[in-house]
Design a protein around this ligand. Structure first.
Ligand SMILES: CC(C)(COP(=O)(O)OP(=O)(O)OC[C@H]1O[C@@H](n2cnc3c(N)ncnc32)[C@H](O)[C@@H]1OP(=O)(O)O)[C@@H](O)C(=O)NCCC(=O)NCCS
Length: 170
């Protein structure tokens, strides 16, 4: 994949069909907090109620067609120095460095957009080796294991916690 075909941009209602293709795939949503969507109506509702109002959720596109997302959500109050990072990609595009490239592009943009944020944080299930590898490649540091930390798809899981500091980017 020629990475010049990849772009990040906000979601729009017309992405519903493309979003349904990957957002309806259990392989893609397996490690996500939300369940696979099942209809175009659901895809549209998710785009309008979750993706568009989100502080920073971008569609990863190839030739401007949505094939995934990357999101960064700043926290509030005493935690406003950190933001949670999340991402997923259509299974047919896995293993081509696309999410690593999307994160490398996202990092300088979000530190500029949210100047109070000094720490990007990602929580990854212990078994999700592909996601851990992506974070390592981009320069995130693994800080530890959060044991029995949260439910995912009905089971309590151990999570690894990763961070990327603004000082690493400066
Ligand atoms: C995890 C995910 C985002 C990776 O996206 P991607 O574009 O394929 O990632 P990249 O190609 O940039 O890098 C993947 C790396 O993981 C490696 N990898 C993939 N599966 C692996 C596994 N089971 N064990 C070890 N390494 C693995 C790849 O070889 C690659 O490393 P390399 O470049 O050194 O060869 C994608 O698989 C996905 O969307 N998964 C479902 C959603 C998800 O898990 N989101 C993250 C929740 S924390």
């Amino acid at each position: 994949m020629d990475h010049s075909r990849i772009s990040l941009r906000p979601f729009k209602a017309s992405d519903a069909d493309d979003f349904l293709k990957w957002g309806g795939d259990d392989r893609v949503t397996r490690y996500l907090r939300w369940n696979s969507i099942t209809s175009k109506e659901e895809a549209l509702a998710y785009i309008e109620k979750v993706a568009i109002p989100h502080p920073w959720r971008q569609s990863i596109c190839v030739d401007d067609c949505s094939i995934g997302y990357v999101s960064v959500k700043p926290e509030s109050g005493d935690y406003r120095c950190k933001a949670h990072v999340s991402y997923a990609l259509a299974a047919e595009y896995w293993g081509q460095g696309i999410v690593a490239e999307a994160l490398r592009r996202a990092i300088p943009i979000v530190f500029k957009k949210f100047p109070e944020v000094k720490r990007l944080e990602a929580l990854v299930e212990e078994e999700n080796k592909g996601s851990q590898r992506v974070l390592h490649k981009v320069g995130f540091v693994m800080e530890g294991v959060l044991r029995k930390y949260a439910f995912c798809k009905g089971d309590i899981k151990d999570f690894l916690i990763f961070s990327f500091l603004a000082t690493a980017h400066d």
